[in-house]
Write a protein that binds this ligand. Sequence first.
Ligand SMILES: N[C@@H](CCC(=O)N[C@@H](CS)C(=O)NCC(=O)O)C(=O)O
Length: 214
Amino acid sequence: MATPILYSFRRCPYAMRARWAIWHTQLRVEIREVVLRDKPTELWAVSPKGTVPVLCLPDGQVITESLEIMLWALGQNSAWHPNALGAQQMALILQHDTEFKPLLDAYKYPERHLALSPQQHQDNATYWLETNICNRLAAHTYLIDTEFRLSDAAIAPFIRQFSAVAPDWFLQHANPLLQQWLARVLQDDFFAAGMQKYPRWQAGDSPSYFPAKQ
Ligand SMILES: N[C@@H](CCC(=O)N[C@@H](CS)C(=O)NCC(=O)O)C(=O)O
């Protein structure tokens, strides 16, 4: 079977969660690293909305949402099967994507969100995490139960970004349960080998694969 093609951007948290699922399900894709401000015409041709990640399957199907790419990967190999408490996980991921992501963006770029002060943006994002993530971590080691699951991988790249906005503040003041969970999740093998750098892809390049080694 031909290899699926993944358009990706290393630091994008959505692309990260897609690669994370591909990594955990031991699949392999041809990876095309893009530069967001100068995306290749090949990406626009398959996905006019122009976001990454995008997965192109050999049968012509194009998947343009990171969560759907995760679910596709799980459909090929059932590691982290979403049926394990699936509805609860999906609801949490969607809630995160719609509620927390805007708060994170405002916290990262306060100069674009001047209606509130940087401190208020930090407070808002922190409050969301307290009431939707830390409350779960008070009950069990991971978001759903005692296992590292799809929802942990889907949400962690964004909490990683949150921690990087003010790293000293995060270490000193963020809820210890959140810090411990993030540290635990970032120890996953994916971060050792799955975050490797790829050169920018251009048409005509010989294919690069993710993971590079199997
Ligand atoms: N809902 C999409 C969001 C993907 C997304 O917004 N990706 C960002 C990069 S992190 C992007 O491609 N933005 C377009 C741009 O910056 O031009 C998904 O889950 O895949």
